[in-house]
Write a protein that binds this ligand. Structure first.
Ligand code: FAD
Ligand code: NAG
Ligand code: NAG
Ligand code: NAG
Ligand code: NAG
Ligand code: NAG
Ligand code: NAG
Ligand code: NAG
Ligand code: NAG
Length: 667
């Protein structure tokens, strides 16, 4: 066991972990309640003029250009790749926001023109505590997805590996208006170039990166608007309109600035508060009471594959709204909504429900399985357990108990099980409750501690650990630093509440969790589980009928095997690991037949991903995809309709985006 603990901390900042005050960057603060300034600046025929490369498309016409007929997307070096003058003209149509960035790590490679030893030291030592990686146009936090090329690394390694562009895009549009997005969409479609959409670049599956592409970078679309009284359909109440580049910490600060109101936001501080998080469903500490991110959406501003800006809501472009909100859910023909991948369109702004202030109260438990003579320190909740059976009994008692208490509209269980250097494991968890006092939380948890004592996991002297003070969710200030590229690969399963019913099924579930996690000792991966219950009931209107994966509605535990791989592995090493991980994952799949996985925190190599990520919504979503994007312009791995194309990766890493995007030979 080496460095995986620190990596875990970097990857998953539990809500509230860092509470440094920070200023709120770059708002336009539009006074109009009708929309954001960034949405109002749109592409016109006058802007297009005689530059046909940025002309709108017609999704009802069957014509295809020479570029669109190619086997592969047009790639740098191809005869059809636009000449420099055409990129310059594109840049002019984009008000000069077209970038051709150098990969950040190039400063570490002596052969590279950008080489700069001091700058390299900064990347290696200090960049993580700044916004550097988050404000970089190319960076993808899961670095294997771009082929692990041009990593920031010290000279010893840099001499062994050259800095190449790898899976990073060729050009980036630093969008701040709907018009920028529209121009880029039209250009990529008309020129047959691969298009990628990047917001924060947090995606674990390589869905915001791609070799030879034009990237639309939505990061700077951060306008916000508070809507004290917003009405649509069955909803009347507070709401907020966000530009699509807003990050979770900025959503938190927005809540604080508006009296501590509640808006469902990701736990990770720098995860997009709209973007891919809401498109894939989007879980949060308050999800068991207020629903998923996708359940908050009331209206969207969208740029579609033909380059048009449209509104999608429960009454307008309802099929698009269905498909853009979560990717799974109710199938009735009258029902809008789904997760928001750039499969059907690019979201440029979103109106979310805002709720009354709520308090969160949390309590932690930690169990360490160790043969070494570490003293037990019960007052901090850190308990040392001496036998593996007692340890796993304790973990199982917690998971079963926690699953049941959140089901009734509680908060969240957030847990890890890490292998330890001495052959043991360490379990940590934080259980968080909404609108409950400290005393109430202690009372809620007491039966768990009683059963842990009866099972001999705790001694009779071990008290129910102190519950932390309550805090108002929307009053917490958060800061937006602390993330850097890592080499994590998720493998995950949404375990349904049916697994909590009856001892036989539960025992089989815990046996699978134990066996999969114990394999992580030799393999160097760890277990992570969030427990939430985003039922259709808590989703309410209009969320209950959106396209969120139906497996989410049945879910109690989102179980993850966190596979942190060395960044110098060969493709063959990665493929071998992949085959072994599939075996551990099958333990979890076998105890949850018919369930699924959460696309945003899953393996892009998930077998039968259509069923796992979208469930019964898949056929309907495919229809929406075909209607709105007949060009298959919006392509990313494991998104709806992506089967027809595949990346011919040059590095041999499973599911890497480092290669040409071509029509799949299988079809
Ligand atoms: C540190 C960390 C913490 C996390 N915490 C949570 C958490 O608490 N809860 C949770 O549910 N998930 C969490 N995640 C997972 C997160 O949901 C995914 O990484 C998600 O893909 C991030 O979306 P993004 O827009 O920020 O990232 P990106 O990588 O930029 O985008 C992800 C995908 O969404 C698409 N996309 C982005 N913006 C748009 C848009 N405007 N319109 C259409 N498509 C778009 C991209 O093309 C890409 O396919 C976390 C991830 C990290 C790295
Ligand atoms: C686009 O134009 C701006 C402003 O003139 C310039 O700074 C930038 O370098 C140009 N981008 C490219 C890729 O040439
Ligand atoms: C450089 O990297 C190598 C290989 O990872 C490592 O052994 C060495 O300690 C590093 N040197 C510095 C100065 O960081
Ligand atoms: C790096 O590039 C140089 C010059 O092109 C080449 O000779 C060398 O083989 C490359 N090294 C690796 C590891 O690919
Ligand atoms: C992108 O645009 C924003 C907003 O105009 C600007 O602040 C930022 O510096 C730009 N980023 C790059 C890398 O050019
Ligand atoms: C929404 O309102 C309509 C009437 O306006 C009602 O028929 C319907 O049941 C309501 N739906 C929900 C989910 O409340
Ligand atoms: C939480 O409590 C506050 C204050 O009493 C109340 O306004 C709010 O509606 C409650 N929220 C939930 C989800 O119970
Ligand atoms: C919790 O609240 C009490 C009083 O309500 C206060 O004395 C104490 O300092 C608080 N603890 C923390 C850790 O904030
Ligand atoms: C990767 O790096 C580790 C140590 O940094 C080294 O032991 C190992 O041999 C390297 N593997 C490859 C394939 O280069």
């Amino acid at each position: 066991m080496h460095s995986i603990k620190t990596v875990a901390v970097l990857l998953f900042w539990a809500f509230g972990l860092s509470a440094l005050a920070a200023s709120h960057p770059g708002n336009y603060n539009s006074n109009s309640l009708n929309g954001l300034l960034s949405d109002s600046i749109q592409l016109t025929e006058k802007d297009i003029g005689d530059f046909t490369a940025i002309a709108f498309g017609d999704r009802t016409a069957a014509t295809t250009s020479q570029q669109e007929q190619q086997r592969c997307r047009v790639f740098p070096g191809d005869g059809l790749w636009p000449p420099t003058e055409e990129w310059t003209r594109l840049n002019n149509s984009l008000d000069g926001v077209l970038l051709r960035p150098t990969p950040a790590g190039a400063v570490c490679y002596p052969e590279h023109p950008a080489y700069d030893a001091a700058r390299c030291q900064f990347l290696l030592q200090d960049a993580r505590s700044t916004r550097f990686w988050l404000d970089d146009p190319l960076t993808e936090l899961a670095q294997w997805t771009q082929g692990g090329t041009c990593l920031a690394t010290n000279q010893t390694q840099a001499q062994e590996k050259n800095c190449t562009r790898g899976g990073f895009p060729e050009y980036v549009v630093n969008a701040t208006t709907a018009k920028h997005v529209q121009v880029a969409v039209n250009f990529a479609r008309n020129k047959g170039i691969r298009l990628v959409i990047k917001n924060t670049g947090h995606d674990f599956g390589g869905r915001s990166v791609g070799a030879g592409s034009l990237s639309i970078w939505l990061h700077h679309m951060k306008e916000t608007q508070y809507l004290p009284s917003f009405s649509i359909g069955n909803y009347t109440g507070m709401a907020a309109r966000f530009g699509t580049g807003i990050e979770a910490w900025e959503v938190s600060n927005f809540m604080a600035e508006h009296g501590g109101i509640t808006i469902v936001a990701p736990g990770g501080n720098t995860v997009g508060g709209v973007g891919g998080w809401v498109g894939g469903g989007g879980h949060s500490v308050v999800t068991s009471t207020l629903g998923l991110g996708a359940d908050q959406v009331l209206s969207l501003g969208v740029v579609t594959a033909d380059g048009r800006y449209v509104t999608a809501d429960p009454f307008t472009n309802t099929d698009l709204f269905f498909a853009l909100c979560g990717g799974g859910g109710g199938l009735s023909a009258n029902h809008p909504f789904s997760p928001f991948e750039a499969t059907y369109g690019i979201i440029v702004s979103a109106v979310y429900k805002a709720h009354s202030p709520i308090t969160l109260t949390s309590t932690s438990l930690s169990l360490t399985l160790s043969s070494a003579s570490i003293p037990s320190v019960p007052t901090t909740g850190a308990v040392v357990v001496r036998t593996a059976d007692a340890f796993w009994t304790g973990v199982g008692l917690y998971y079963r108990f926690c699953g049941r208490i959140i089901e009734g509209g509680g908060g969240q269980g957030f847990s890890y099980i890490y292998p330890q250097a001495d052959g043991g494991f360490r379990f940590t968890t934080t259980s968080t409750f909404l609108n409950r006092s400290r005393d109430e939380v202690s009372q809620i948890m007491e039966p768990l501690y009683t059963s842990l004592r009866h099972a001999g996991v705790l001694t009779t002297a071990d008290a129910n650990p102190a519950t932390r003070n309550s805090s108002i969710y929307g009053a917490s200030r958060r800061s937006g630093t602390g993330d850097q590229p890592v080499n994590t690969r998720y493998r995950s399963r949404l375990l349904p509440r049916a697994n909590w019913e009856g001892d036989t099924r539960w025992d089989a579930t815990m046996a699978a969790i134990r066996a999969a996690t114990e394999a992580g000792y030799d393999e160097d991966f760890y277990f992570h589980a969030t427990l939430t219950s985003p039922t259709r009931e808590v989703a309410g209107w209009p969320g209950a009928d959106n396209a969120v994966n139906p497996a989410w509605r049945e879910n109690l535990m989102h179980a993850m095997l966190m596979d942190v791989q060395p960044d110098n592995w060969t493709g063959q090493q990665a493929r071998n690991r992949d085959a072994r991980m599939q075996r551990y994952m099958s333990l979890l799949r076998d105890v949850s037949p018919g369930a699924g996985a959460y696309i945003n925190e899953a393996d892009p190599g998930e077998p039968e991903w259509q069923q796992a990520f979208f469930g019964s919504n898949y056929p309907r979503l495919l229809e929406v995809k075909r209607a709105w994007d007949p060009w298959q312009l919006f392509w990313a791995p494991t998104t709806v309709g992506s089967e027809g194309w595949e990346v011919e990766a040059v590095d041999g890493y499973p599911n890497s985006q480092n290669g040409r995007l071509c029509r799949s030979a299988k079809r």
